[in-house]
Ligand binder design. Sequence first.
Ligand code: CP3
Length: 344
Amino acid sequence: MAQQKTILRALAGETLPTPPIWMMRQAGRYLPEYKATRAQAGDFLSLCYNPELAAEVTLQPIRRYGFDAAILFADILLLPQALGADLWFVTGEGPRLSTITSADELAKLKPTEAIHDTLNPVYETVKILSRELPKQTTLIGFAGAPWTVATYMIAGKGTPDQGPAHALKAENLPVFEGIINRLTEGTIAYLSKQIEAGAECVKLFDSWAGSLEGDDFTNYSIKPMQRITAALKEKHPGIPVIAFPRGAGTRYIGVHAATGADCVAVDDGVDAAWVAENVQKDGCVQGNLKSSHMVTGGDALVSETRRICDALSGGPHIFNLGHGITPDADPENVQLMIDTVRGS
Ligand code: CP3
């Protein structure tokens, strides 16, 4: 049977009359129903590891808005936790992890096969979702890309400039590269299990790719994503991959070929018309409305949404934000964005 799911058609390179749409962080704190379920779970990590409730929050934005894709509810920091790092979230501040900066600490990480002991509930969530999602909705699995996850493992928290990770790279390259390699291997194992459980596409979030300069961008953002993509496609032929090297700027040119990804997600730091000419010529692109429009709404939201759709109408495009929706967003603005994209 011909592929009916619009997201998978766009990922296969089809130019659709209306771009399919989903939104990064679509299950999140801007939705009252998310906050209620999160309260029921107790805290964010308990929600991630509760398959019934994680499936429930994944489904909430699908019920409310009818997005074309659902993204598994989890977090990129579950993999370091599964490898043995301590992980907790400080309200209002974000994630905290035990740090890893020495050969000894690297050697103490658990073997790749052991990650599933921790991550099994995530695969359960995927299984529930693949049963319960509407038949037209694509299920997207995900992981952080090695560089971005490494920045948190090395610093023990989010950092504005990823300074501690850059410093470790400069001071102890074998340990830095050891971390990248363990994460690359772990990500392949983690995403393979998500695919086996029912994920129809996977996305690699390299949220901090933009701070890598020169050859470092190629070596630590692009190459690990390429290794992961190649390994997944060898194990699961035909599985589409979305690569998101956020902040890449002009270095978005050539990312399809360099990573082997089917789709390149672009942030709002690049103009849609430039993306059409320089990136979409190589395949599907995803993006890139500024998240702040979900807070401010109005005519600017409508005109900017239309401009992006028009600019990218000549090739395969999945409409999305340039980054995750923020907790202060107005749920009605999300509806306005969807109505604008779908032309009603
Ligand atoms: O897109 C989705 O809805 C899927 C689920 C998802 C979450 N985080 C849920 C989440 C995905 C894909 C992520 C990715 C993620 N997590 C990234 C990369 C993408 C990006 O946004 O740049 C990063 C860097 C993380 C690590 C992380 N998790 C941070 C920095 C935070 C923010 C902490 C805070 O309090 O704002 C989280 C928490 C988190 N992950 C939330 C959600 C919905 C909010 C948690 C809550 O309910 O309190």
